[in-house]
Design a protein. Structure first.
Lengths: 503, 146
């Protein structure tokens, strides 16, 4: 079988959701019937999700792509000689050279889609553990300095400088410290954490091991949402391999903890409560988790993408990483383009491009072919961005200054049929369903907010000042971002799309 | 309702395996639900005793999370994403269609992480994206025949 031709088909949940496993079965059956030797390998997704299932054939020139492949296309692919890179209506040429791929600057996702996520051999061949090896040769203080120098800010949404957080934990007194990865990616329109967990989980494990060395932690947890069963299975298998390979050992190990369908558990203190086995109720801050976190111990809490950026910083240097990006937003952000968009997916790019470029140049406009009406950036607690603001640079501070949030880099496109009043009402309803109930502005404000929007929808214009006042109370009086940011989508809808409210 | 001896053993087995974990309650609740399809109220005192918690504390945690069920559901579980991205691509109509079709237990979820291929659903843990009313109908028919 040494002459077997290697065919890659992703095992990412997004590819599976559009029939990747059936495509694999069909390729095997066709190859068998034709007496051809094919070796099927499973990679993560390249993130060009409109092309999934994206089948790649290894040729002398490189990996040639075909997509999106349906089961019914497999026979004609064989007839077209796709195993030799033959011409076919679905042929895309070299995947590496596709503009939507080649124009990206992949740092965190450099291996995602390229390798079998559970092959240590692939991992080593692509420079695996180089960051961890570098870190093990450094003092903990040097590791922290490197991360500070890189300018890396927390990718979960709050954008707090990661190195500063690590330094606080490193300097906190006590022998028992924790490293916790927040993989409770609940925002609609975001899937970067999932893609990394399923496509290159060793990157996360490596980042967490580096963090543990920097702060002196012996135990790590990944809090992973129950809605991601494939990510849970892949990470679990990767942890076992990482132990065999010596990246995790008696000095530091990582355990997966599965969430249970609570959105607010993506808030770091609610997540810590959940990890402790309690209801996911938000804690008042201070104390910060860096000082008193999990079980009252100093705890590093970072998002998947924050940890996953760290191996590169250690392996290639802080300057390499900070050379990407603009102003105080350094490095790259894996933007996730979703909703009503023609070419949705994950595009890792330096900060600083505009929303217009992202949605139209990268995304190709709407899937429906209709005009774009509104773009929600930053998840369900992010604002609906109107056309007048589509030319702002996508960086943390430019967005904050304009009253917007970049969050986890999720972008959801809505066409001209979207009813922004209805989306505003949904934002309040979602908050009512998911509120942890600890603080009154969020618990009661969200219920009253949804009711008030219904009244406005019925034509009671006098309710508008009441809604604004309520949003003001939620903004300033809530304990966490759940109640504190639900007014972002509501007020942006009201301010920029009053006609949808009948105003 | 009392637990059958088999179910009782399953609960005890999960408790024995996981009670020593740090923050063991959620892992135990997951283990029980994975084994029995739900966390029946009869399991609560057993878990409470093992973890030295009050029954109220265990019930409080159990009832807080959307994922945990206290009674079994009959048949298949269809999770329909109702968050913004799927909503703008016709997810709400799929939710209505699934409820009207019957034959499976329909749950709302807020994001399956398949947003670039909205709308998305998950049937018994298997994801399906770029859904249409026709595809959903075929899926429900095919799965109920299986």
């Amino acid at each position: 079988m040494s002459s077997a031709i290697c065919v890659w088909v992703p095992r990412d949940a997004a590819a599976l959701a559009v029939g990747a496993d059936a495509v694999v079965d069909a390729i095997r059956a066709q190859a068998l019937a034709r007496g051809m030797a094919v070796e099927i390998r499973r990679n993560g997704s390249r993130g060009l999700l409109w092309l999934e299932p994206l089948v790649e054939v290894e040729t002398d020139q490189g990996r040639i792509g075909y997509g999106p492949v349906d089961v019914d296309d497999v026979r004609s692919l064989f007839e077209a000689g796709f195993l030799q890179g033959g011409a076919h209506p679905l042929a895309l040429g070299l995947v590496q050279a596709l503009p939507a791929f080649a124009r990206q600057q992949r740092v965190t996702f450099d291996r995602c889609g390229l390798i079998d996520p559970l092959s240590l051999q692939d991992h080593h061949a692509q420079g695996g553990w180089a960051g961890l090896r570098a870190a093990r040769a450094m003092t903990p203080e040097t590791i922290v300095e490197r991360v500070i120098d890189s300018g890396l800010r927390g990718r979960g949404g709050a954008a707090f400088p990661a190195g500063i957080k690590w330094r606080t934990v490193a300097q906190a007194p006590g022998d028992l410290k924790y490293v916790v990865c927040n993989a409770d990616e609940g925002d609609s329109g975001t899937f970067a954490d999932r893609m990394l967990l399923e496509g290159d989980p060793f990157k996360l494990i490596e980042g967490m091991a580096i963090a543990a060395r920097a702060v002196g932690a012996r135990q790590g947890f990944v809090y992973l949402r129950s809605e991601y069963p494939h990510a849970i299975a892949t990470l679990d298998a990767a942890l076992k391999l990482a132990r065999e390979d010596g990246a995790l050992d008696a000095g530091f190990d990582v355990e997966i903890r599965v969430g249970a369908g609570s959105y607010v558990c993506g808030e770091e203190t609610a997540m810590l409560e959940s990890l402790e086995g309690k209801r996911g109720i938000v804690r008042a801050k201070p104390p910060l988790p860096a000082v008193s976190g999990l079980f009252g111990r100093p705890t590093v809490v970072n998002n998947v993408l924050s940890f996953a950026a760290v191996p590169t910083i250690l392996a290639q240097g802080a300057d390499f990483y900070r050379a990407f990006g603009c102003e105080r937003s350094r490095g790259t952000l894996p933007f996730q383009l979703a909703g009503n968009v023609k070419q949705g997916g994950l595009f890792e790019l330096p900060f600083g491009l505009t929303l217009r470029e992202l949605v139209f140049d990268w995304g190709g406009g709407t899937a429906s072919g209709r005009p774009v009406k509104a773009i929600q950036v930053g998840g369900p607690l992010g604002a609906y961005v109107p056309p007048a603001q589509w030319d702002l640079p996508l960086d943390y501070d430019a967005y904050t200054k304009a009253g917007l949030v970049l969050g986890h880099g999720g972008v959801v496109v809505h066409d001209d049929r979207a009813d922004l009043a209805e989306l505003a009402r949904f934002a309040m309803e979602f908050c009512a369903v998911e509120s942890c109930g600890k603080c009154t502005p969020c618990r009661i404000g969200s219920v009253r907010g949804a009711e008030t929007i219904v009244r406005i929808q019925r034509g009671e214009r006098a309710q508008v000042p009441l809604l604004r006042e309520l949003c003001d109370t939620m903004l300033h009086g809530s304990l966490c971002a759940m109640g504190g940011m639900t007014p972002y989508p509501v007020l942006s809808a009201l301010d920029h799309y009053p006609q949808d409210f009948g105003l | 309702m009392t637990l059958s001896p088999d179910d009782l053993n399953a609960v005890r087995r999960v408790i024995a395996q996981r009670r020593a974990l740090e923050g063991a309650l959620l892992p135990i609740l997951h283990g029980v639900q994975d084994a029995l399809g739900c966390v029946p109220p009869e399991a609560v005192p057993l878990i409470a005793e093992a973890l030295n918690l009050s029954r109220a504390e265990v019930h409080g945690t159990l009832s807080y999370y959307h994922h945990f069920r206290q009674a079994p559901v009959a048949g298949r579980v269809l999770q329909v994403c109702r968050a913004e991205s799927c909503r703008t691509m016709g997810g709400e109509a799929l939710h209505e269609q699934a409820q009207a079709a019957g034959g499976c237990h329909v749950e709302s979820v807020y994001c399956l992480g398949l947003c670039a291929m909205s709308p998305a659903v998950m049937l018994d843990g298997r994801p399906h994206a770029r859904m249409t009313p026709e595809k959903l109908e075929a899926l429900l028919r095919e799965e109920s025949a299986a």
